[in-house]
Design a protein around this ligand. Structure first.
Ligand code: ADP
Ligand code: MG
Ligand code: ZN
Length: 574
């Protein structure tokens, strides 16, 4: 991706190795594409072969994105009389379910095309190959520009994100995968586009017909399944076979699929009782958790194997979250068991293994809780992480809050967790364990946490991470910084270092040379000035909005419509 903004800084990349052609956000880095060119050429040839009619219309130039479920290409087309148009061609993996594809398209056609929601121009299909043609929006890599954005740019970014979210939420679309790589941002043109409805679901009154279909089945399943409880965490209780969920593999393009509906899964699996043998099976998972919505009535590996696997997972979890010998581990229990209100489907059975490390026979006979789960762990709302069946558009607002947290702290990804419990524990370290437990009760979940961690002051946290003290407006150096990211989540493993301490951003390396100076001090200093622009006087409204987005309780979390009216945006108009 070409940076279109005026600022180009050579910053160390914390999260992607220099040889990795895919960035954290899945987009391809321009300067590394040459290295990959033969592969890209091959892919383009294959696409022409798979969908020959593309050749009549487009010249496919380059591959610009590769996610787990699609490849996206830049093409040009002479569509009407006039100049060549740039088009993004999204080639969905052929194993995506037709309804899922149709629903994605319907979101784009019905809600897209305005208010920063990507629209669609054409769609091509041959056999199981589907290509969605969209207007191309050249965009930045979030990581590359994160530390050079002015405070005003951050305001505009968030404002425009809420505009897009308001639009899709009005249509009853829950995006479910809001993150920077799905919100395209052209800095120079100040253009924005929310993309990727591949995980979208509908609200109960959605205006997207196909989502209604997907959603109704999911909800129905959730309700019937909610009587079971799922316990995860240290020394596990297991509520029935759910081996797929415990399968912590890294995603590969061939082994994962988009989710569809439970009914579909069941009927397909009903044939032979094995998920793996279903030809074009139906569900997808993210980050290697292959199957979220699977019915537990299907025979799988023995529970013993699962227990071992789960214990392994938890060991990793404890290690990852060890902060100076303190460990936070979590368990999530459907509080049907403790008879909490707020759950949409109250449980009827109680058992005696609650809050113990054992699995009682009642629990062993329970079926797995089914709730829609998708997205990227670091952006998932607490109600998603705890598999609350009742999920609303509020989950997108949480994800927007995590983006905002990155923008204010200068850290991306902010939460980097490979599984939901790690993500939940990381949330606790920011928002407080008691607060998280309290909020979870309101949506019918009990969380057990081995250790109490206090909530952090958001302003202090962001300023520490950003390395700018707002009161003195002096950048603090990394060594002076009282809190290194590693102290927030100690998750240092050999290959995962979510909070790698970077060389401090440019403004703090010049030792006093980079004061705010609008009157030109060479290009380097202009950049420094831009970096500091507004950052030494971040208003309280910013942190108030952040607090309302990262509201642990989805029922009181701010909506997109409300966010646009928040004082943080007081002089901005729709
Ligand atoms: P996936 O489901 O594989 O994540 P996306 O729809 O998110 O697919 O597209 C993947 C990437 O392709 C995006 O992150 C973005 O970099 C690029 N992309 C997608 N649509 C467009 C577009 N209309 N214009 C420019 N780039 C796009
Ligand atoms: Mg995407
Ligand atoms: Zn039990």
């Amino acid at each position: 991706m070409e940076a279109t903004g005026g600022l180009q800084m050579d910053q160390p990349l914390a999260f992607s190795s220099p040889r990795d052609p895919l960035q954290t956000d899945g987009s391809l880095k321009k300067h590394e594409q040459n290295f990959k060119l033969p592969g890209v050429k091959k892919d383009i040839e294959k696409l022409y072969e798979a969908v020959p009619q593309l050749g009549n219309v487009f010249k496919i130039k380059d591959k610009i994105g590769e996610g787990t479920f699609s490849s996206v290409y830049l093409a040009t087309a002479q569509l009407q009389v006039g100049p060549e148009e740039k088009i993004a061609l999204k080639h969905l993996i052929p194993t995506s379910h037709p309804i899922r594809i149709a629903a994605e398209l319907q979101c784009l056609t019905v809600a897209g095309g305005q208010d920063n929601v990507m629209g669609v121009k054409y769609c091509f299909r041959k056999n199981d190959h589907v290509v969605i043609a969209m207007p191309y929006l050249e965009h930045e890599s979030f990581l590359d520009i994160l530390n050079s954005l002015s405070f005003q740019e951050v305001r505009e970014y968030m404002f425009n994100l809420f505009k897009a979210l308001k639009r899709i939420h009005q249509f009853g679309i829950v995006h479910r995968d809001v993150k920077p790589s799905n919100f395209l941002y052209n800095r120079r043109l100040k253009k924005y586009a929310l993309v990727d409805f591949g995980l979208a679901q509908g609200t109960h009154d959605t205006k997207i017909e196909l989502l209604k279909f997907v959603q109704s089945e999911t909800q129905q399943e959730s309700c019937t399944q909610n009587k079971s409880h799922v316990i995860m965490g240290n020394k596990i209780s297991l509520s029935g076979p759910a081996p797929k969920e415990l399968d912590q593999r890294s995603p590969t393009k061939t082994s994962v699929k988009r989710p569809y509906t439970n009914a579909q899964i069941q009927s397909k699996q009903g044939k032979d009782g094995k998920e793996g043998s279903v030809g074009l099976s139906v569900q997808r998972s993210v980050f290697g958790e292959r199957n979220f919505n699977i019915h537990s009535s299907i025979s799988h590996e023995s529970p013993a194997v699962k227990l071992i696997k789960q214990s392994k997972t938890v060991d990793v979890l404890s290690r990852k979250l060890a902060t100076k010998k303190k460990t936070v581990s979590t368990k999530v229990i459907n509080s049907g068991v403790v008879r909490k209100t707020g759950s949409s489907c109250p449980a009827s059975l109680t058992c005696d293994c609650y809050a113990t490390d054992k699995v009682c026979s009642i629990c062993l006979s329970r079926r797995q809780q089914v709730a829609p789960r998708a997205g990227t762990p670091g952006f998932r709302a607490p109600e998603v992480l705890t598999k609350c069946p009742n999920q609303t558009t509020a989950i997108d607002m949480w994800s927007a809050g995590v983006i905002f947290l990155s923008l204010l702290s200068g850290r991306y990804p902010f939460y980097k967790a490979s599984d939901d419990l790690t993500a939940l524990a990381q949330i606790m370290t920011i928002r407080g364990s008691r607060e998280t437990i309290q909020a979870a009760k309101t949506f019918g979940k009990s969380i057990l946490c081995s250790k109490e961690v206090p909530a952090q002051d958001l302003r202090k946290l962001c300023e520490r991470l950003r390395g700018v003290d707002s009161h003195t407006s002096k950048p603090t150096s990394a060594t002076q910084s009282p809190t290194s990211p590693d102290q927030i989540f100690s998750e240092k493993t050999d290959h995962v270092t979510p909070y790698l301490i970077q060389t401090p951003p440019a403004e703090s390396s010049g030792d006093g040379l980079c004061k705010r100076d609008r009157n030109g001090c060479g290009s380097l200093f202009d950049e420094c000035a831009t970096n500091l622009e507004g950052w030494n006087e971040v208003p309280d409204e910013a942190y108030d909005l952040l607090d309302k987005l990262l509201d642990l309780n989805p029922a009181s979390r701010i909506t997109a419509e409300e966010a646009l009216l928040h004082p943080f945006f007081k002089d901005m108009s729709l």
